[in-house]
Write a protein of this length. Sequence first.
Length: 251
Amino acid sequence: MNRCTVVFRIVNLACLVLWAAPLISTTVLAQSLTVTGSLETASQGKTRPRQPNSEDAVVWLTSLADTHALPAAPAKRHFTLVQKNKTFEPHVLVVPVGAEVDFPNKDPFFHNVFSLFDGKRFDLGLYESGSSRTLHFDKPGISYLFCNIHSEMSAVVIVLETPYYAVSGRSNRIEIPQVPPGRYMLHLWKEGYPADLLKSLSRPIAVSETSSSFGTLTLPERANVPLAHKNKYGRDYEEPTTPGQVYIDHH
């Protein structure tokens, strides 16, 4: 075999790999499924599937098998939780383990974001309008966030070890994209509901081309009462400050 023949075969092999790669990618994507379902609230024996109470519920899937036929899609690693108009946006943020979250202050006054409950415990300190802080979430858990200056502000950061999740909006429909076929445990979280009740709604599901829906999850109707909390020093909040007033930490 001469040198020209070897070079010709190598070039042909390279062309074959480049030609086949899109087909392999298309096959992988075709095997991924969108898992669907819905959330409804029940009141006095009746269900009302399109209540505001269904908003900001988190549904996620964890594998019941050691391996998957397909790798998970690369997870997003950088997120933003904005402070504006004395509100966190979004109110519920789901991130993968290892993600970084920016906390920009877009209000014309100071904020101080902290979390002393389950999940990641932290205190970003006092920072002014136009500035930002960044936090690394390195382990799974649920963190309830507050502002040490404005008692009405709250948010939740949920850190998961799975890329298969969805957050419900005003519609009761839930869609979890790009899920490989397999066996999973379905989990649900909704603010204001006890952990034992939410755990009782977990159930195994099988995802396949003929079965990619988990049906309907039913929650009892509850008032959206904010989680009772004190400031980061364990004290009651002081009277609200005016927008132009400089906040002084008396600790």
